[in-house]
Design a binder for this molecule. Structure first.
Ligand SMILES: Cc1ncc(COP(=O)(O)O)c(C=O)c1O
Length: 392
């Protein structure tokens, strides 16, 4: 029989979480799953009520427009002005998405192909690397290391800059939780101008921050709109991951390229969800603040308990991830095996706590694990206690 799957699928590495998923299915019992970054709380009631109201509008039951409703794009532009003091033209510089994931994927397809090189954050959200491979481009991992606070080393970046067409950044970062200061974005925009590459900044965690300083937008840098597109999502800010609604903003030509792929792939987000998104963007500040407070309590409870048990994890400044080196004594593995995967496997079978092994996010994730704080505070404390008892 002919091979049913396309040859290009073989360019993507095997699914690293598969083994843990299988192990999870076999583990059973009272398992605490901190592996996937899927919010455990529902969307705020007022946003759900806005969706219910929008369902009554017959127009919303027809095919949506490709870039999304102009009213939704205007709400995004207004939110950008309030939050980042960045001006956007809703007609050409904003598009609504079925979540930011498809937007990132389709922008890579809309801009890159065979012969192009894409620099991707490593460790990073796997979509950047895998979609670059699928579209025939060559990804280069951009190391995000502890010694540079999990930001790319700018000297290293300037050395590879002449070779790349697209740079995929994500701050606040998944999995590292690193926040990029505006000075870093300034340096990236200057490099992009000098070498003529384009930039994606995936900013889906911009509203999950715990300090006084809010994570900036790359578009705050003068001239950034010439070369950059930024992605946002309502998935994390308002616990709407299942609703599939996000947005891309920035350079009009890049947005146009993204839309050309989308016009031939999907038909845009459901109109009623766009109406609910407008409500969320206009009225959601207090919900976002409550979410931040919740994740901060969870972060303090989980990390505090691990530290009490001798595992010195650092408190993340943003996102709902805890990214940490595996503890001393577990930082070796037999030749050819991953330290991260080994530790995750052992923790799952000894503690019934699941985390994501760092190598699932790229080669520079080796030696690290990621915990997603997507369980109630008491469960997180329980998870940390189990881990602590096991490690001591
Ligand atoms: C860095 C990053 N970008 C994008 C996404 C996808 O978000 P959305 O639900 O908007 O597709 C995620 C989801 O985990 C993510 O971590």
């Amino acid at each position: 029989m002919r091979e049913p799957s396309a040859a290009r699928l073989r360019r993507i590495p095997p699914y690293l979480f598969q083994e843990l998923d299988d192990l999870k299915a076999r583990t059973g019992g009272d398992l605490i799953d901190l592996g996937e970054g899927s919010p455990d709380q529902p969307a705020p009631k007022a946003i759900s009520a806005a969706l219910t109201r929008a369902l009554k509008d017959t127009e919303n039951h027809r095919y949506p427009s490709y870039p999304g409703k102009l009213s939704a794009r205007a709400a995004v532009a207004a939110w950008y002005r309030r939050r980042f003091r960045v001006e956007l033209d809703p007609e050409t510089e904003v598009t609504m998405l079925l979540g930011s994931k498809e937007g990132v994927a389709h922008l890579i397809w809309g801009t890159c192909g065979p012969g192009d090189t894409v620099a991707v954050s490593d460790p990073g959200y796997p979509v950047y690397q895998n979609q670059s491979r699928l579209c025939g481009a060559a990804p280069i991992p951009v190391p995000l290391e502890e010694k540079t606070d999990f930001l790319p080393d700018l000297d290293w970046l300037s050395r590879i800059a002449p070779r790349i067409k697209l740079l995929c950044l994500n701050f606040p970062g998944n999995p590292t939780a690193a926040v990029a200061p505006i000075e870093f974005y300034r340096a990236v925009v200057a490099l992009a101008e000098r070498h003529g590459f384009f930039v994606i900044n995936d900013n889906v965690y911009s509203e999950l921050y715990f300090g006084k300083v809010k994570p900036p937008s790359i578009l705050e840098v003068p001239g950034a709109k010439e070369r950059c597109v930024e992605f946002h999502s309502l998935s994390k800010t308002f616990n709407m991951a299942g609703w599939r609604i996000g947005m891309a903003v920035g350079n009009a030509q890049l947005i146009k390229a993204l839309l050309k792929i989308k016009q031939n792939t999907d038909s845009g987000p459901f109109g009623a969800i766009q109406d609910a998104a407008i409500f969320a963007l206009q009225n959601g500040a207090k919900f976002a603040a409550a979410n931040r407070a919740m994740y901060k309590r969870r972060r303090n409870a989980f990390c505090g308990e691990l530290v009490r048990h001798g595992w010195g994890v650092a408190l993340p400044d943003a996102t709902f991830y805890v990214w940490t080196r595996v503890p001393a004594g577990y930082d070796t593995a037999p030749a050819g095996e991953s330290v991260s995967l080994n530790f995750s496997r052992k923790m799952l079978s000894n503690c019934r706590v699941m985390c994501a092994p760092g190598t699932g996010f790229g080669q520079y994730g080796e030696g690290f694990v990621r915990f997603a704080l997507v369980a109630p505070e008491q469960r997180l404390k329980e998870a940390a206690k189990r881990i602590g008892r096991w490690l001591t």
